[in-house]
Design a protein around this ligand. Structure first.
Ligand code: ADP
Length: 482
């Protein structure tokens, strides 16, 4: 595109001669002329010229006044002033007021052309810089607001940039992040960083992100991230995949548990059935024993499947709980009576009540029975050396508490919260030889919480555990009418 300049002069001879002289010496130039400062201002208001040349002495508004107006209107446009011979002071004034250069009469055309060329180049450069600035601003705006977390590390791995998504995903604010080393923000950075795919010089231009773990503020974050090397820094972008990782882990746990817990009873059933065929070596007692195994293991199989289905039902939100007045004392005795037959390995079962009259609770009796059965079964299951299992009932401050206490294996402190997670088993390798799905306590906590209560554990490894179910007692007015 041609450069466009405006020449302002009241001397019509000069206005005719100058454009011609310029066109001869400068290619790609559009020259416009005008013979008064007010006229020039009107044009400058609508046209963004690459340079303006004005005589300093004009009737009415002179060149200096015009220069002042141009400075206000188009501060970026270089303005050259034509001064009379010997008007050195005026020329200095013009330069002080922001003129780009001055040309003395009589005009030295070579000097004039050279100065005008520089002025046009300066304007062009300023335009390009402005465009680049806008471009950079647009990029940084995009980086700031993209959905992916973005951060930039210098060669010392110190954070130089940290966008909004990075803040939201990690919970680490911009002020804390910028100027801090990556290793002090993302725990495990030093170990994990070499595995992050980074594109750049000598490497592929694009890299597929990798899912890697970091510790941030005490929690594990799984980030899918990759980077790209730029001049003296690396730009990383990442997405939070922690939830997917949890789901993946759950799936793995589910497959491991389901395959183990289904295969074990199945093998026992299969073995017993195969042996039953051997009529030649079996007496009646042997047959009875094998049929007993088939019955018990089938029941175990059915319970595993039932647990899995029940947990999935709970998660789907389709499970509706009944709410009716429950006499917990009676419920507890029913459950304990049904358990008596299952006691093994020298485990004994006792019920203790701190008061004669227990307040009722509004709950779902079937589900509450399921919770108590599960806790008692665990207490027995995890007391391989035998010992008393005590179910104690107490009521205070509008809460009913059911404690199931055993003197069994106990639970390490670090596991005590996790045992309520889905599929979590404190001893997944069965070093203690007891099977289970890891769903029991998850189901218990979900059910109790949906009945308005809570469940917790206190335990000491090697000395036993106490699980406490706490439920709100029924309100008095309702209790009287019951
Ligand atoms: P499961 O018994 O099927 O493994 P649960 O959800 O009932 O699943 O229990 C989760 C884990 O908590 C168990 O694997 C066990 O390690 C631990 N646990 C539960 N109850 C007890 C208990 N009374 N004593 C010791 N450990 C227990």
């Amino acid at each position: 595109m041609n450069a466009r300049i405006l020449i302002v002069d009241d001397d019509s001879a000069l206005l005719d001669a100058l454009p011609e002289a310029l066109r001869l010496r400068m290619a790609d130039l559009d020259v416009e002329t005008c013979d008064s400062a007010p006229d020039a201002l009107g044009r400058i208001a609508v046209e963004d010229y690459d340079a303006i040349v004005t005589d300093i002495k004009m009737p009415g508004m002179d060149g200096l006044a015009l220069l002042d107006e141009i400075q206000k209107l188009r501060p970026e446009t270089p303005t050259l002033l034509i001064t009379g011979h010997g008007e050195h002071d005026l020329a200095v004034q013009a330069l002080r007021r922001g003129a780009y250069d001055y040309i003395q009469k009589p005009i030295d055309r070579d000097y004039f052309v050279a100065s005008l060329n520089r002025a046009i180049e300066k304007r062009e450069l300023a335009r390009r810089i402005e465009l680049q600035r806008l471009e950079l601003e647009r990029h940084s705006h995009v980086l700031e607001h993209v959905g992916d977390g973005v951060f930039v590390l210098d060669r010392q791995s110190v954070v130089q940039f940290w966008n909004l998504a990075a803040e939201q995903i990690t919970g680490i604010g911009l002020e804390q992040a910028v100027g801090t080393r990556a290793r002090d923000l993302l725990g495990g950075w030093d170990e994990v960083a070499p595995s992050i795919p980074v594109a750049g010089a000598g490497r592929p231009k694009r890299q597929l992100a990798r899912m890697l773990p970091f510790e941030v503020a005490g929690r594990e974050l799984w980030l899918s991230l990759c980077g790209v090397d730029v001049a003296d820094a690396t730009v990383y972008s990442f997405q939070d995949r922690t939830d997917e990782r949890v789901v993946d882990k759950l799936k793995d746990d589910f497959v491991a548990t389901a395959s183990h817990e289904l295969r074990t009873p199945l093998s026992a059933i299969y073995g017993a059935a195969q042996t039953l065929r051997r009529t030649d070596v079996l007496d009646d007692d042997g047959v009875d024993r094998l049929i007993g195994i088939i019955a018990t293991e089938s029941e175990r199989l059915a319970r595993v499947i039932e647990d899995i289905l029940f947990a999935s039902h709970l998660d789907s939100g389709r499970l509706r709980l009944a709410s009716e007045r429950v006499d917990v004392g009676m419920l507890v005795h029913e459950v304990v009576d049904s358990m008596e037959l299952q006691l093994e390995n020298g485990v004994t079962l006792q019920v203790e009540t701190s008061t004669d009259v227990l307040p009722g609770v509004d709950a779902d009796p079937t589900k509450l029975r399921r919770v108590l059965l599960n806790l008692l079964e665990n207490a027995i299951k995890y007391s391989p050396e035998g010992g008393p299992v005590v179910l104690r009932m107490a009521a205070e401050n509008g809460r009913l508490r059911l404690h199931v206490h055993d003197q069994g294996l106990g639970i390490p402190r670090g596991e005590q919260e996790r045992i309520f997670e889905k599929f979590y088993r404190a001893d997944p390798n069965l070093a203690r030889g007891v099977g289970g799905t890891g769903l029991g306590l998850y189901i218990c906590r979900e059910l109790v919480q949906r009945m308005g209560g809570d469940i917790e554990v206190e335990s000491e490894p090697g000395r036993g555990s106490t699980f406490t179910v706490e439920l709100p007692t029924a309100r008095l007015a309702v209790a009287r009418s019951a």
